[in-house]
Design a protein around this ligand. Structure first.
Ligand code: ADP
Ligand code: MG
Length: 819
């Protein structure tokens, strides 16, 4: 848009060229016009799934190759209907897989958008928060520590600004920036008057005018930033992947062995091959991958509804296996609605002076919105208290410079010019402020005593100090020989749902640990009021610096814990990244923390974490259930084939029949199982362990059920050969399909009787549909043509139904015996 090197111009010139008043910002009408003309401020990043890649993945599956070969051979030996049906199933399976996977990717992309970058811009003379994609050149934007720079901008004004530009330049040391013009030929890394989209503010704050948006920004030139939307595999998915590979290898061996057996028995080669294909298809759980994907996508949506937005899919599962939650205090356990509850003046000062100086030592500049003051809750509380005392602290003062709050310094320093000349005011943690002050030992002891007493009551304590200055003293040098004004105690109510959530976590075998920058006294008092055992070692960590948080996470992980940690500040990023689940705050947190996290809490509330843990456990439980369910069918089919072929009786089911069971009559209930509600004991047992599939006892139980399904089908097949040889395959098919449809109700509650299972209308519907499909397959002419079945008579059907119920009855008995 502009040819001149913007970094070399004065900021006023830049604003003028961009047609904007640096104080009032753009009018919203002008901004809308520019947005229309230039387009949204986004890179051409992926807004839609990569459909071609998704489609390709459906075809690049060994099973597809196997089935295509089977179809070709069937066609070659004249089995045209079978060939067509297999081909149709291949296509149907690929289409379903495509639809599901594309849907899951869209869901992930949508979730990513839900935590899209916001920016603070000045429009029509007012500060507004808007999505960064709506920024246009000319917009005046505000930047604070922790923000991600939303668009390339020319600085107009700044205070102690430092920016991490490693995303652009690879240089990891933050660079200092200010509004002064730099030489026109300065390289990118030295254009200190410009800030670039995608970089992060590490310190200070600034105002800038947006000069470039969208793909023309510096970051637009860096290709790898267009992140792939493909979600990484979860621990359970990885376990399932290796399980599937082992099943496929086992299936291949079995196929070769059984086909060889048929050849030895003197069967023709094509026949042996087709049966071999049927065995291979029987051994592999075709529907599994798609069902897991659906379950995770459904889980992510359910969690989002509860206020936990999952940025990385594996976090769903990891949350459920969390053994320690290390949580912030302020804003997560408490509401971060601070109120001044006590104030104590230093010798010779009065409470009004304490409040006034405290309110002045603010960089957050609370703004009035109707009756409400908006801004940092701590600054708002002090200003509110000053107003209530009839004071107007800002009156007659001009802020010259400041050092904003950070979690390491734990204080705010502001340089003012007032009626009596320049003055510095400081407020912060007493340990941070009082050592910079001149105060005698008795007074120090007195103030410390009051502070300790307030801490016992759970109040957050601040010290306020000040000093008059000579003109021209630099800010850093002003932070010494301060005169104490007094201390303030602030009350912050505990969030109402937190005590119960802490109790629930404890009941679920999860340790809750508090990590706070606040004073130990305050921290212990709050811990006690929410039910964290404050006197236990390692339960409360007070006066923690962000670097300590990272070390705490590492220490816990070293003990084998699965650690979820919360964070909101820019310095929390390393701990958030290092943790098994990093949880950031959607309301109060910085952009930097959100980007480092796996989960974003839309309400900042600790109890939402516990709700998300429960949701994670529900989903993992459901995945385990339908894995067991689908595998029981495969196991049953393998048993059936092995017995039939080794006994020289030929194939007990056709390839198409096997596929119909694995993909349709089993697949539909499996998908519905993903919606099963959490069982009553979900949060009353310890974490299962990451990637645990079933555990030894459940594997034995459910393996037995699968064996029972196989034996029931074998019995049906053998009985069919005696009664009516033409119906033997149909009876085996119907028995496996119906046995599974009964078994699903028992498998979904592996530890209690089937009738204790929660309500799941989707499951009832799916089972009903599957039963109808089986009936149509057996009794309708079209079923006969497609599935190679015959109608069963009354006694055959009765036998099938009895045999199909046996595995379920057996499993219920086994469960009752275990209790
Ligand atoms: P928390 O873990 O509770 O979020 P912080 O790191 O935010 O702790 O705060 C640590 C200490 O820093 C507080 O106890 C308080 O004394 C001081 N502090 C916090 N916020 C401010 C602020 N806006 N201005 C001055 N001091 C502050
Ligand atoms: Mg804080």
């Amino acid at each position: 848009m502009i040819a001149e090197p913007l970094h070399a111009l004065r900021s006023e010139e830049v604003a003028e060229r961009l047609g904007v008043d640096g104080r009032l910002g753009l009018t919203s009408a002008e901004a809308a016009r520019r947005l229309d003309e230039i387009g949204p401020n986004e890179l051409a990043a992926r807004a839609r799934p990569n459909y071609a890649a998704v489609a390709l993945r459906q075809l690049a599956d060994p099973l597809v190759a196997l089935l295509v070969t089977a179809a070709v051979i069937s066609a070659a030996i004249g089995e045209h209907v079978e060939a067509a049906v297999i081909a149709a199933i291949v296509v149907l399976n690929a289409v379903l897989g495509f639809v599901q996977e594309a849907g899951a990717e869209r869901a992930v992309l949508a979730l990513r958008r839900a935590v899209e970058l916001n920016a603070i811009a000045v429009r029509d003379g007012r500060e507004v928060t808007l999505p960064a994609r709506e920024l246009v050149p000319g917009d005046v934007v505000r930047l604070r520590a922790g923000d991600r720079v939303p668009a390339d901008a020319r600085l107009v004004d700044s205070s102690a600004l430092a920016v991490d530009e490693s995303a652009l330049t690879g240089e990891s040391v933050p660079v200092e920036k200010d509004a002064a013009p730099v030489a026109a030929d300065a390289p990118l890394a030295e254009r200190a008057s410009l800030v670039f989209a995608g970089t992060g503010v590490t310190r200070g704050r600034a105002t800038g005018v947006v000069v470039r948006t969208g793909p023309s920004m510096e970051i637009g030139r860096i290709a790898e930033l267009a992140e792939a939307a493909r979600a990484p595999a979860t621990p359970l998915q990885r376990r399932l992947g290796s399980l599937s590979r082992r099943l496929a290898a086992g299936g291949a061996l079995l196929t070769v062995a059984l086909a060889a057996a048929m050849l030895i028995q003197g069967e023709p080669l094509e026949e042996a091959f087709l049966v071999g294909v049927a065995v291979a298809v029987a051994a592999v759980p075709e529907g599994l991958g798609a069902v897991v994907t659906i379950a995770l996508a459904q889980g992510a949506t359910a969690m989002a509804r509860r206020g936990a937005i999952v940025r990385r899919l594996p976090a769903i599962e990891t949350l459920g296996e969390t053994t320690v939650i290390a949580t912030d205090k302020t804003g997560t356990l408490t509401a971060n609605r601070l109120r001044v509850a006590a104030a104590e003046a230093a010798a010779g000062r009065d409470v009004g002076e304490v409040l006034a100086a405290g309110a002045l030592a603010s960089t957050a500049e609370p703004v009035r919105d109707g009756d409400e003051l908006l801004g940092d809750p701590l600054d708002v509380a002090l200003l509110q208290a000053a107003y209530e005392a009839g004071l107007d602290p800002g009156e007659g003062h001009e802020r010259v410079a400041d050092i904003p709050f950070d979690a390491v310094r734990r204080r705010v320093t502001v340089l003012l010019r007032g009626p009596e000349g320049p003055r510095v005011v400081v407020k912060g943690a007493p340990e941070s402020v009082l050592p910079l002050s001149e105060l005698d030992a008795d007074e120090r002891t007195r103030l410390d005593g009051v502070a300790a007493e307030w801490g016992e009551r759970g109040l957050r304590v601040l010290a306020v100090a000040e000093r008059s200055l000579d003109d021209g003293v630099p800010l850093e040098a002003a932070e010494q020989r301060l005169v104490p004004v007094g201390i303030v105690g602030l009350e912050d109510p505990v969030r109402p749902a937190v005590p119960e959530a802490v109790e629930t976590a404890h009941g679920a075998g999860i340790d809750v640990v508090m990590v706070t920058g606040d004073h130990a006294g305050t921290a212990h008092a709050v811990a006690r009021s929410v039910g964290i055992p404050a006197d236990r070692e390692d339960a409360v960590h007070a006066r923690v610096e962000p670097a300590d948080k990272l070390r705490l996470v590492e220490r816990l992980q070293g003990r084998g814990e699965i650690v979820a940690v919360t964070g909101d500040g820019i310095n929390d990023s390393p701990a958030l990244r290092r943790a098994d689940v990093g949880i950031s705050m959607g309301r109060s947190g910085t952009e930097a923390a959100r980007e480092a996290s796996d989960v974003v809490l839309t309400d900042d509330d600790f109890s939402t974490i516990v709700a998300a843990v429960r949701e994670g456990r529900r989903i993992a439980d459901n995945i385990r259930t339908f894995v067991a369910f689908l595998l029981s069918a495969n196991f049953g089919e393998v048993v059936l084939f092995a017995v039939a072929i080794l006994a020289g009786l030929g194939a007990p089911m056709t390839v198409v029949q096997v596929l119909v069971v694995n993909l349709l009559t089993d697949g539909l209930p499996a998908v519905a199982l993903a919606r099963d509600p959490a069982s009553g004991d979900t949060m009353r047992r310890p974490p299962a362990g990451l990637g645990t599939l079933l555990g030894r006892d459940l594997s034995v139980l459910l393996g037995t059920a699968g064996l029972a399904v196989g034996l029931a089908a074998t019995a049906a097949f053998l009985a069919g050969r005696e009664l009516d040889p033409g119906a033997a395959q149909t009876m085996a098919f119907a028995t496996i399909a119906l046995a599974e449809l009964a078994l699903v109700f028992s498998v979904r509650v592996p530890r209690s009787p089937a009738w204790h299972g929660g309500r799941n209308p989707a499951l009832l519907g799916a089972v009903g549909l599957s039963v109808a499909l089986v009936a149509a397959g057996i009794y309708l002419p079209v079923g006969h043509d497609l599935l190679d079945t015959v109608s069963l008579d009354g006694s055959e059907l009765s036998l099938v139904i009895v045999l199909a119920l046996l595995p379920t009855i057996l499993l219920e008995l086994a469960k009752a015996l275990r209790r």
